[in-house]
Structure formats: structure tokens, C-alpha cells
Design a protein. Structure first.
Length: 388
């Protein structure tokens, strides 16, 4: 098989897992990232790694570097995995003459990435959605807080990730958080809905679902992303996703966060038009790589009950959470019975290289004053600003 694949976002565990799945399926995998040390750096699944300019700081240089790699290595398929996808989508016209890019144009992705536009699109399709208000000023926020209902709201930036800036406010609010709110930093206020939280991951081609996975939120890194993943079957979520991606005629990877309310109604909270950790739930036998090339007659799904976790994060974040919430027994059972997403006997070096990656992020955090989560994505994030 002569297909050479370029993955971007080598820092993400999902990119490492995807590289391994593609390599086992006899594809040649190349990886590009704008940080020197990342999880794919030491992986034997990767033919070659490339250091490229940070897309947020130097978008033109980033695309030029990708083009050079594509030409030099005869890349036929480019798969973005993280938020660098927005910079790649912005320059599709420059990239697609040389290889296939698994991404939609930026305007379409922004309609999903932007939390306000996404909820508007959900409502246009006649699907249930939480009550949501656009907050462009402190007065807008005060107006929402003056409404008799809902009694509790979730406040978050229109563009954000990791739930790092989420505020849950109960009325009457005794103290309003000091926030930067303006036309360049808009927020959404959303009614708080109690229920069970799920994450979904889907690969689609022209509106047709070809791969799908669902996992409930159990342990997270603080308020942010999940660190433990267990595959479940949920027909309602699959039908919802089918409806949405068909209406969008979507091609690519797309992920959603949902709350299933006590009455069974599914409420989408936000959308990430990129890869998420659900990729960890697929194993070699599932043939996930076929979904990227639309080479399957059925929807590829991981086995129900398949589980995996980010072991280091389970210790750093999951263990204190488990102790504080009285779930230590459950945490211990999950930890000892669950494989780590990074360590593989067939590809052991990324696990040991992880410590170099972590030390690199600690240095970046100390220099910038940002959290470890923030520095891990600061150079690839896109918050709706004009890309030059």
C-alpha cells in the first residue's frame, strides 16, 4: 500500500493512537507539530516527524511548511487532529491540489466550533437545545441574570476548550465573576441541565456516518477533558448525530458533548469539529482506518465495554477527585483494569518520552504563567480571529 499519510497535532494522545492504527494497517505515517517534543516523536509507528511553525503565531509559515512536507514525502492524505485544523481549513485551496485533506472549509467548521452558532444551528434543525443567550457585554450578563428562569446558568466563552473558563452561576448571584466580556470576547449563557454527560465521536463522509463512538464522563482533568474512557452503546445519540451530520452534509471528524436529562431528552452542549479521545476506544480489529477512506459498508464502532485511560492523569486528577467524592473503590477498580492510552509493548518509547514532553510543558508554563493545559494548546488554538 503506497498511501503516505500526514497527521498534524502529534502532541495529542489520540494522534499517537491513530498513527499506530494506520501503521499497523500498512500506511506510512508522517507527523507534523509545532513543539519539539511530543508523544509521536519516539513512536515506531511514525516514519518521520517534522517541526513546523506554530499556526497561531505564523499561519503562513505553517501552511508553507506543510506544503513542503507534502511535496517532499509524496503525501496523499492529510488528517488534522487538533485545533490546527482551522488554520489548515483556511488554506484548503493551497493544499488540496497536492493531497486530499480530511477537513471542511473554515466557514463550515466555525459554525460548529463557535458555541453560539452551533446552538443556533441545532435549533434551526428543530432539535432540542438548552436555552442559550449571547453575552457581548456585562449588561447582557446582568439581563440574563435578571430573568426569572433558569435558576442556574452555565457561562462560557463562545470560543474555549477544556471547560477551563466555565462558570456555573446560581440565582440570585451574590458575586458576579470578573470577566473580560466584549465583542471580541463574547460568551454564551446557557441554562444548566442536570443529567448524564456523554461525549460522542464520529467520522462522516458527505453526511453519512461511517464510524461512531460514545463514552460517558466519569473522571476528568479538573473541570476539563475526560481522562477515562469506556465505550457504551446509545442508539439515541447515534440517531441524533446521524440527523445532524446529514443536515450539514459533513465530511471529517466531529465530536459532541451531550447531557441526557432525567426525562431522556438529549441536549447538545457544544461541538468540536475534530478528533477527541474516543479514538482510544478502537482497537486494531475494528479497522477504524477504513472510515477515513470511506471504505466500509457499515458503521465502525468500538466494542461495548472497551475501556482505556490516561494513566498519569488518572493519578494526578482522578485520584484526588475519587477521594474527595467517595469513589476511591471505583477509581481503584478502573485504574487496575484499564490499559493506558500511551503505553504499548509493541511501541514502548512514547511512554518514556512522555516525561520529556511533560518537563517541556512545565518549562513553558513557568515561562508564560499559563497552566499546563493552556500551554499544551496555546500555539494551535483558534478563537475566531481573522487568519492572515
Amino acid at each position: 500500500m503506497n498511501t503516505n499519510i500526514l497527521l498534524t497535532g502529534g502532541r495529542a494522545p489520540v494522534t499517537l493512537d491513530l498513527a499506530r492504527l494506520l501503521s499497523v494497517a500498512s500506511y506510512k505515517v508522517f507527523v507534523a507539530d509545532s513543539i519539539k517534543h511530543h508523544l509521536c516523536t519516539a513512536s515506531r509507528a511514525v516514519v518521520k516527524n517534522f517541526l513546523v511553525p506554530p499556526p497561531r503565531i505564523n499561519p503562513t509559515g505553517y501552511i508553507e511548511a506543510l506544503l513542503e512536507i507534502i511535496k517532499q514525502e509524496n503525501i496523499t492524505f492529510l488528517i488534522p487532529t487538533c485545533e490546527e485544523i482551522f488554520y489548515i481549513s483556511h488554506k484548503l485551496s493551497q493544499l488540496t491540489p497536492y493531497c486530499q485533506v480530511f477537513a471542511e472549509p473554515l466557514e463550515k467548521l466555525n459554525r460548529l466550533h463557535n458555541k453560539w452558532q452551533f446552538i443556533n444551528r441545532v435549533q434551526q434543525l428543530g432539535l432540542a437545545a438548552p436555552q442559550t443567550w449571547l453575552v457581548n457585554s456585562h449588561q447582557d450578563l446582568l439581563d440574563v441574570l435578571d430573568l426569572p428562569s433558569p435558576r442556574k446558568i452555565v457561562l462560557k466563552p463562545v470560543y474555549s476548550r477544556f471547560a477551563s473558563q466555565v462558570h456555573i452561576l446560581s440565582k440570585p448571584v451574590s458575586e458576579i465573576p470578573s470577566l473580560q466580556i466584549n465583542l471580541n470576547k463574547a460568551w454564551v449563557a446557557q441554562e444548566f441541565i442536570s443529567g448524564k454527560h456523554y461525549c460522542t465521536y464520529t467520522i462522516a463522509h458527505q453526511g453519512k456516518v461511517v464510524a461512531h463512538a460514545v463514552y460517558p464522563t466519569i473522571f476528568t482533568a479538573g473541570k476539563g477533558s475526560c481522562i477515562y474512557f469506556e465505550s457504551v452503546e446509545h442508539s439515541g445519540l447515534l440517531e441524533w448525530v446521524k440527523t445532524f451530520v446529514e443536515a450539514e452534509e459533513f465530511t471529517g471528524q466531529v465530536s459532541f458533548d451531550f447531557i441526557e436529562a432525567d426525562d431522556g431528552v438529549l441536549y447538545p452542549l457544544e461541538c468540536n469539529p475534530r478528533a477527541i479521545s474516543a479514538i482510544h476506544l478502537f482497537d486494531r480489529a475494528d479497522g477504524l482506518e477504513r472510515a477515513f477512506f470511506n471504505n466500509t459498508n457499515s458503521i465502525i464502532q468500538p466494542k461495548v465495554g472497551q475501556r482505556t485511560a490516561i494513566a498519569m492523569a488518572m493519578i494526578v486528577y482522578g485520584l484526588p477527585s475519587a477521594i474527595g467524592s467517595g469513589r476511591l473503590g471505583g477509581w481503584l477498580n478502573m485504574f487496575v483494569r484499564t490499559k493506558d492510552v500511551v503505553f504499548r509493548l509493541s511501541d514502548p518509547l512514547p511512554f518514556f518520552h512522555l516525561w520529556i514532553v511533560l518537563f517541556q510543558f512545565i518549562q513553558m508554563s513557568c515561562r508564560s504563567g499559563l497552566t499546563l493545559q493552556q500551554v499544551s494548546t496555546q500555539d494551535i488554538e483558534w478563537d475566531g480571529e481573522e487568519i492572515r
